[in-house]
Design a protein around this ligand. Structure first.
Ligand code: 5CA
Ligand code: ZN
Length: 417
């Protein structure tokens, strides 16, 4: 598989060993899963499918940021215990992911359960002289990481601006470098905390992902994944922590970033509130195979805007696909299998893969029409004896669409039957 790597700004061969390691940044569970999240997790779902199809064992780890400022603030606002809010939203996220047929990670790891391994890694960074104190808080010195900046390639002015927007505190007095990220935040009144050799407190954001990735994956990660909004400072800092602690580079062979989904002209975001939720669409009775197709029809490297029209187009498409795979015979399907594999291996070109299925579906439906129409009309090309042709073809297409694209074309069964 070739995939776009942010660090080198190029599409590169993902030359993984028989076991491929994926670390994908998970949600901060204070609100429901929106279509931007879904699009990001779809990227790594496809990567997992392509790698498995190519014979790799995939070790996929995803975290969940189950203690963090926005979660604590939302819990306070709504008069909830932060743990109850997190558990409720994690449960909903998992239901949404299952409904969208995302292959689950092998390990789904919360920050709270990972505190011991995070504390251990902070202690290593202290031992390596890469950490220092400001009041009772501990910071990481970016000067200790020679490769700092090599993933995002931003100017210093850009780094400073983005850092301030995305959870950093460049203006804090006493820091050696304004870009230095927090490793351990000493307990503040009313905030949860855990004991540590550096005093009671909670971890900084970036070290959480470094520690969970290292503990659950070990060695070099093949893909570090997430949305483009995580490139800096999150992935830059996570990699810097991991590389300084290990004394080796790189942390990841490829840094893959999914482009942003917007709504009403702005990035869909919990903080802005311009959202379309997977759970709302589910409750509205949306055909989830169509929803998945609507998401699949965008390249993971291109920003795009959600509109209701995308869903109605996808409903039309999935109905044609279902009609075609329900035919008793169809044109040779070996070509469509090869084309879908080839498109996905080329930087996860899902729209190209869908177009390849369309070609087969159009031919199958046209053949059926020419042969007298309806599901009983056998394809004229169905009798040519080619592998994957004739009576086997619809089943093969249904199976490849299911396994490689994650779209279930079986007839929608009424609930309870
Ligand atoms: N918990 C951290 C990562 S450790 C976090 O960023 N959580 S999140 O809930 O804010 O986002 C979860 C994932 O969805 C991230 O990978 C983020 O990049 C991605 N994401 C958020 N908004 C969008 C969007 N509008 N379009 C595409 N992906 C998005
Ligand atoms: Zn993360």
């Amino acid at each position: 598989m070739r995939i776009f790597d942010t660090a080198t700004s190029s599409v590169r061969l993902l030359d993984s060993a028989p076991t491929a390691r994926l670390y994908v940044c998970g949600i901060t569970p204070y609100d429901a899963t929106h279509l931007g999240h879904a699009f990001t997790y779809l990227t790594y779902d496809l990567a997992q499918r392509v790698l498995r199809d190519a014979g790799h064992t995939v070790l996929y780890v995803q975290n969940v940021t189950d203690v963090d400022d926005p979660l604590l603030e939302r819990a306070d606002r709504d008069g909830l215990d932060w743990r109850d809010l997190a558990n409720r939203e994690i449960e909903l996220f998992r239901e949404d992911m299952t409904a969208l047929r995302m292959l689950p990670p092998a390990s789904y790891v919360g920050v709270v359960e990972a505190i011991p391994m995070i504390v251990e890694m902070v202690a290593e960074l202290v031992d390596r002289g890469a950490a220092y104190q400001v009041d009772d808080d501990l910071y990481f010195s970016v000067a200790a990481a020679p490769a700092f900046g090599d993933i995002s390639h931003l100017s210093r002015a850009e780094m400073l601006a983005i850092c301030a927007e995305r959870g950093g505190d460049p203006g804090r007095a006493g820091k050696k470098d304004p870009l230095d990220p927090l490793l351990w935040r000493a307990q503040r009144p009313g905030e949860p905390s855990w004991p540590s050799p550096f005093g009671p407190g909670r971890p900084g954001w970036h070290i959480e992902c470094s520690a969970i990735a290292r503990h659950h994956l070990g060695g070099v990660v093949d893909i570090q994944g997430g949305g483009t909004d995580l490139t800096f400072p999150h992935h830059e800092c996570s990699a810097a922590h991991a590389e300084v602690a290990a004394g080796t580079r790189p942390f990841a062979r490829s840094y893959v970033h999914t482009a942003m989904v917007s709504l009403d002209g702005h990035k869909m975001s919990k903080s802005r509130g311009n959202l379309e939720f997977v759970s709302r669409l589910r409750r509205a009775g949306t055909d989830l195979a169509a929803l998945r197709l609507a998401l699949l029809d965008h390249r993971h490297t291109d920003d795009w805007e959600w509109t209701a029209g995308l869903l109605s187009d996808a409903v039309t498409r999935v109905e044609r696909w279902r009609a075609a795979v329900a035919l008793p015979a169809g044109p040779d399907a070996t070509k469509v299998l090869a084309a879908v594999r080839e498109r996905l291996a080329d930087d996860l070109d899902a729209p190209g893969a869908l177009a390849a299925v369309d070609v087969w579906v159009d031919a199958a439906l046209a053949d059926a029409g020419a042969a007298g129409g309806g599901p009983t009309g056998a394809s004229p090309r169905g009798s040519d004896g080619a592998a994957g042709a004739g009576g086997e073809a619809p089943a093969l297409v249904s199976r490849l669409v299911d396994t490689l694209l994650g779209v279930d074309l079986e007839p929608v069964r009424p609930r309870g039957s």
